[in-house]
Design a protein around this ligand. Structure first.
Ligand SMILES: [Zn+2]
Ligand SMILES: [Zn+2]
Length: 200
């Protein structure tokens, strides 16, 4: 994890007092969050993120941690985060099983409200229509929130391309490289009807 040098920050935003903990989480002290926005730029630890992406089937991984830029400020008890995360993601295509890389540039907004204040109806109402989460204690760990945003930004099913032809079910050849020579599978009559309807 690395924060950029202060001279790359745009005035009048100030560098936040922040600290990285072992294990690669990015934390901000709640007392340092004011009504005037501060900007934070850093790179998330890639190992933590890949560990999270890798639970279950490994559809995606990153070679290096995503770059995060986030403005944060307080409004009453709520803390707002407006930012974006970017980086290169490697997906493993669900059809042809080949790795393919794509750029991710994902804007995000989320709001944190103190857990103690979240029991009333108004908080519940807002939770329904805003990206609203809770914080408690004297610091906010951005890392799980950023991980969540990144996972939300990924397609549910990795495909190297919409037109990916996948693998031959008989010989396993990658059909994107050309026909494999296996006899064609018998046509599904239901699909034939669909094609006839579409192809007019
Ligand atoms: Zn593919
Ligand atoms: Zn084949």
């Amino acid at each position: 994890m690395s924060a950029v040098a202060p001279d790359r920050l745009t005035p009048p935003m100030a560098m936040a007092r922040l600290f990285a903990l072992p294990g690669g989480s990015m934390r901000i002290r709640v007392e340092d969050i004011k009504a005037s926005p501060k900007t934070l730029r850093y790179t998330e630890d890639v190992d933590d993120l890949n560990a999270r992406l890798g639970s279950g089937v490994r559809d995606y991984h990153l070679e290096r941690g995503p770059d995060v830029t986030v403005d944060y400020y307080r409004s009453g008890l709520d803390i707002f985060f407006h930012g974006s995360l970017g980086g290169e993601v490697v997906g493993t295509c669900a059809r042809c099983l080949e790795d393919y890389a794509f750029a991710l540039d994902h804007p995000f907004v989320f709001v944190l409200t103190p857990r103690a204040a979240a029991t009333d109806d108004s908080a519940q109402l807002r939770a329904d229509d805003l990206a609203l989460s809770y914080y408690e204690g004297d610091e906010i760990d951005l890392t799980p929130l950023v991980h969540e945003q990144l996972i939300l930004a990924l397609p549910t099913r990795p495909l190297c391309g919409e037109a990916c032809r996948g693998l031959c079910p008989r010989c396993g050849a990658n059909l994107n490289d050309g026909a494999c020579g296996c006899p064609p599978a018998p046509a599904d009559p239901r699909l034939a009807v669909l094609h006839a309807l579409r192809g007019k």
